[in-house]
Write a protein that binds this ligand. Structure first.
Ligand SMILES: NC(=O)c1ccc[n+]([C@@H]2O[C@H](COP(=O)([O-])OP(=O)(O)OC[C@H]3O[C@@H](n4cnc5c(N)ncnc54)[C@H](O)[C@@H]3O)[C@@H](O)[C@H]2O)c1
Length: 258
């Protein structure tokens, strides 16, 4: 028997992980709507996924705005008649000493990572209840443990982790599952941007310092977006039926302990 075709909405769909997630769902035969702040990069990604043309579309959105989250979900459901899976990949990174953090950095990070994730879920819930669908949120290693000089990002991702658990309990009676994945450093434009913006003029030294912290030592490498996508697609699959309220690390053991 063939697999059932699902409607999947991926926020941050023009980014590194979002795009890999879209590709994997499309390969499986699902319908995917990509949502992202960058209309330009959305067009590029949709063009790159031309092989799946009739099963992929895009909506430009700013998830910081509550009304935009509502529109994003409504447009997806209007086009495809249903919603089975929501993957919240939209996110931004910020780091630096807390004593130097600005209100703008706080607002942007919390609004994209936490508020955007919350309101995307908020508007998707009635549709997911109809399909007994599921949500996968992008948390982080920084949503499981604290790391220095990342208080705002940790606050946002810690929020995503507990939001995930709370929603899982709330929606379990309706047959809707809610999980999060918690990756450490993934080789995406976000990581390259971190190295560029916070590397003190030496991006490679920044990346080398990140790798030096992994338990694998000289064998350490960055996680590939496809590896995170595979975990997300598994969590959204029928085989993962018993898994809800989980914040699953994908981090080479970096949050396992000292
Ligand atoms: N790359 C990593 O090392 C890593 C590790 C752990 C968690 N994460 C999380 O995974 C998710 C995806 O990250 P990525 O590495 O693919 O990053 P990315 O920068 O490649 O993609 C993020 C996407 O989010 C979009 N976005 C930003 N603000 C938005 C807004 N206001 N509205 C709509 N879209 C918006 C961006 O345009 C971008 O396309 C993020 O939540 C990130 O925090 C990433």
């Amino acid at each position: 028997m063939g697999q059932v075709e699902r409607v999947v909405l991926v926020t941050g769909g023009a980014g590194g992980i979002g795009r890999a997630v879209a590709e994997r769902f499309l390969e499986r035969g699902d319908l995917v709507t990509l949502a992202d702040l960058s209309g330009e990069r959305l067009l590029e990604v949709v063009a790159d996924l031309a092989a799946h043309r009739d099963r992929v579309d895009a909506v430009q959105v700013d998830v910081r705005e509550v009304a935009e989250c509502r529109r994003m979900v409504e447009e997806t459901v209007e086009r495809r008649s249903r919603l089975d899976v929501l993957v919240n990949c939209a996110g931004v990174w910020v780091e630096g000493p807390t004593a130097e953090t600005t209100e703008e950095e706080w607002d942007r990070t919390i609004d994209v990572n936490l508020k955007g994730t919350f309101f995307a879920c908020r508007f998707a819930i009635p549709h997911l209840e109809r399909t007994e669908g599921c949500i996968v949120n992008l948390s982080s290693d920084a949503g499981l443990v604290g790391t220095a000089e990342t208080a705002v990002y940790c606050a946002s991702k810690g929020g995503v982790s507990l939001l995930t658990k709370s929603l899982a309990l709330e929606l379990a009676p309706k047959g809707v599952r809610v999980n999060a994945v918690c990756p450490n450093d993934v080789d995406t434009p976000m990581l390259a941007g971190q190295a560029r913006d916070y590397g003190g003029g030496d991006p490679q030294a920044y990346l080398d310092a990140l790798l030096a912290k992994y338990p694998q030592r000289e064998r350490a490498r960055f996680i590939r977006p496809e590896e995170v996508a595979a975990l997300i697609v598994y969590l959204a699959s029928p085989e993962a039926a018993p898994i809800t309220g989980a914040c699953v690390p994908i981090d080479f053991g970096s949050t396992a302990g000292y």
